[in-house]
Design a protein around this ligand. Structure first.
Ligand code: FE2
Length: 331
């Protein structure tokens, strides 16, 4: 078979993304448009409206970047979940329409698995423990016997959501993580905030509530940011460390929108060093949601024989990553 070209459609949350992966040339397009409401947060119907308005131009520029036409594409991959129903529906409709019109196979992709695979692809790591931190997710996973198994996750809100909401409520703006981390470096005093780890799981909602209370009580924003980051990241590093020891993996990779955090990268790399494990972080251009990760994971799935009939290609807003059989990995 000659060159295989897979186009990937991403629309699970804020991002309308289209990427193209080539079996010969790697990622050759990664275009996106992000829905950015003024106050932060996300309104699913407004985000969906944004996606339906911007997808035509994002698709056009992705094909232009990849220097190909829809006729040249081998398969259409789409993130069917997990994510917000109204947003997922827009990407799924686009992918079905393209598959029908150009008679291409349709490949279902789990968005969380795509964050994992793009991290392995962009770091060259074979079999890492994966720390996946984003606006919608916080979990620790690794490949064991045919699937990515979960070795810890948040019991309530995600780390990204905790930090974004804190930033929004205290007027630091959106996205919140870079702003909070700037103030982190100016903080000096570790304030009393709840450190909540239950077994292998973490909880961030109590931490958020207390941090906001401290802000209202007049504590310095620098000290709160310092304490919030220290506590939130240490909780994650603690469960990641136990997962590393338990699974005996020799590599750790950080992925998802919060993977750009230099402070979290540093904490994880120090922990990795203690256990003689390698640490790496997904390339920044693939950290947030993007179409390239759907195209690449679609390529892995398609070449393992995974396709879905169009009339069965329902969206799956609650699709968990451990439900996916990872047929393209053998070890
Ligand atoms: Fe994501």
């Amino acid at each position: 078979m000659g060159e295989i070209l897979v186009i990937g459609i991403e629309s699970t949350a804020h991002t309308a993304g289209v990427g193209v992966f080539s079996s010969e040339r790697g990622i050759i397009a990664n275009e996106k448009s992000e829905y950015k409401p003024a106050g932060g947060g996300i309104h699913p119907r407004e985000a969906a409206e944004h996606h339906s308005k911007t997808f035509p131009s994002v698709l056009k520029s992705a094909l232009k970047k990849a220097e190909c036409r829809m006729q040249d594409i081998t398969a259409v991959a789409v993130a069917l979940g997990p994510g917000m129903g109204p947003c997922l529906r827009i990407g799924a409709s686009l992918a079905r329409a393209l598959a029908l019109k150009y008679r291409k196979p349709l490949v279902p992709v789990n968005h969380a698995i795509a964050h994992i695979e793009i991290a392995r692809y962009s770091t060259g790591m074979e079999d890492p423990l994966i720390i996946y931190v984003a606006g919608g997710n916080t979990l620790i996973t690794t490949y064991v016997e045919g699937r990515y198994r979960i070795f810890g996750e948040t019991l309530d809100i995600s780390l990204g959501n905790c930090l974004d909401v804190f930033a929004r409520e205290t007027g630091l703006g959106f996205p919140g993580v870079p702003e909070i981390e700037k103030l982190y470096h100016k903080g000096a005093q570790l304030l009393d905030l709840p450190y909540i780890v239950k077994g292998q799981d973490v909880s961030y909602s109590g931490l958020l509530t207390r941090a906001l209370e401290l802000y209202k009580e007049g504590y310095s924003i620098e000290d709160i940011c310092y304490s919030l980051i220290e506590i939130a990241y240490s909780m994650l590093v603690e469960v990641a460390e136990r997962a590393l020891v338990h699974t005996k993996k020799k590599e750790i990779v950080l992925t998802g929108g919060v993977a750009r955090s230099k402070i979290l990268q540093e904490k994880l790399s120090l922990m990795a060093k203690v256990h003689d494990a390698k640490f790496s972080s997904v390339k920044p251009e693939y950290a947030g949601d993007n179409g390239a990760m759907i195209a690449y994971t679609g390529y892995l799935a398609f070449t393992s024989g995974i396709v879905i009939p169009i009339d069965k290609s329902f969206i799956k807003p609650l699709w968990r990553l451990e439900q996916v059989e990872v047929l393209w990995r053998k070890s």
